[in-house]
Design a binder for this molecule. Structure first.
Ligand code: EPS
Length: 362
């Protein structure tokens, strides 16, 4: 499954094309819109989420609720485009439509390296495309992957473990207070997210070609999410302090006695749940003054203040599920087939039968 996206945060909308989708996957409008609504939720989102009500328009690749085997093209309109039509106009005259340049890059965003890369002093084009708004397109695409995985008995989920260093998710009153206090102070908060997948077969991924090692594909996918700065599988960094015997996931006739490795050995799934944790940095769009330079004058300045979320950790958890689903669906397709869901299911069943003397799904 291959995903290509396009779109800017305040442009007409987000586009994604999902290629290499097997025929026969059942999909409903509600499947897409439910995941998009989950991604929009969470305590600490900014004013933008009150404007958007994300919903996909299916342009191709699904007929009568079933994937056809052709590329699936999806469009998610940006309601906020109505407020940015002039500044985002594809063919407007920049002399007539003169807008304040965004020339004071915010540290820890894409603003400065992006502007230097493109040779521009107004960071708007970088900000528009690097915006986490783009994750809506990835989540929409992942609905196809999730539907495929569900047919194979694989489920993907996540939990927010902490926000701003405080244990719990955004349903916790203490965490909400912490977010409120950050909002009042013009601050922002990051957090830690646990992501997992269950119902997997062993052997997905590759040991012989490390570029296809399952953990490296998953880690790359996680780090593609805006704001994610670290990934650990299983016991992760705590493994550094363990002796080998303590870290061993002993093999028994009933499965593994533990899952210190987070469900991946030698770049392949073990059949145990895949478990990983990711860390999201605090969003670097702040109302508090942050030092920068003005790219137009070269003089010291305060970073541009742009409307943003105070905390988007719950949204990032939904995006992380999406990215995990996309990697796992592709790993299944690589091993068991691409063209038709029925063939894929038959190949998976034959493989599970072959494994049965040594492994069985509970
Ligand atoms: C974002 C800034 C905010 C967020 C946005 C990501 O948007 P705006 O600049 O319009 O206030 O709300 O996230 C989304 C729009 C979204 O759908 O998640 C940024 O700069 O990354």
């Amino acid at each position: 499954m291959l995903v290509t996206t396009a779109g800017e945060s305040h442009g007409k909308g987000l586009i994604c094309i999902v290629e290499d989708v097997p025929a026969g996957v059942a999909l409903a409008q509600d499947d897409f819109d439910t995941q998009l609504a989950r991604r929009q939720a969470g305590y600490g989102r900014g004013g933008r989420m009150a404007i958007e009500r994300d919903s996909v328009q299916v342009m191709s690749g699904i007929r009568h609720g079933v994937s056809t085997g052709s590329p699936i093209a999806l469009f998610i309109p940006n309601r906020d485009f109505a407020n940015h039509a002039a500044v985002m106009d594809a063919f407007g005259d920049p002399d007539v439509t003169s807008f304040e340049p965004l020339s004071k890059p915010r540290p820890n965003h894409a603003d400065l390296p992006g502007a230097l890369k493109l040779g521009i002093t107004d960071c708007r084009d970088v900000i528009e495309r690097s915006s986490a708004r783009g994750t809506a397109a990835r989540v929409a695409a992942s609905v196809v992957a999730r539907a495929l995985l569900e047919q194979l008995g694989v489920h993907v989920g996540s939990q927010v473990e902490s926000i701003g260093g405080m244990e719990g998710d955004d349903a916790s009153p203490q965490v909400r207070e912490r977010i409120d206090a950050a909002a009042a102070a013009g601050e922002s908060l990051g957090g830690i997210i646990r992501v997992q997948a269950t119902g997997l077969l062993p052997g997905l991924g590759e040991f012989a070609d490390r570029s296809q090692a399952l953990d490296s594909l998953i880690a790359a996918a996680m780090l593609s999410i805006p704001g994610i700065k670290g990934v650990e599988f299983g016991d992760g960094f705590a493994l550094a302090a363990m002796e080998g015997s303590r870290a061993a996931d002993a093999i028994t006739a009933q499965g593994r006695s533990s899952n210190h490795m987070g469900g991946i050995e030698g770049g392949m799934s073990t059949g145990e749940p895949i478990v990983l944790r990711i860390v999201m940095k605090p969003i670097p769009s702040l109302r508090t003054p942050v030092a920068t330079i003005d790219l137009e004058s070269g003089e010291p300045a305060q970073a541009q203040r742009i409307r943003a979320d105070v905390c988007a950790v719950p949204a990032a958890a939904v995006v992380a599920e999406a990215e995990l689903a996309l990697v796992l669906a592709s790993a299944y397709q690589r091993q068991f087939g691409h063209a038709s869901l029925a063939d894929l299911q038959a190949n998976v069943a034959a493989y599970a039968t072959r494994l049965s003397p040594h492994w069985r799904r509970d």
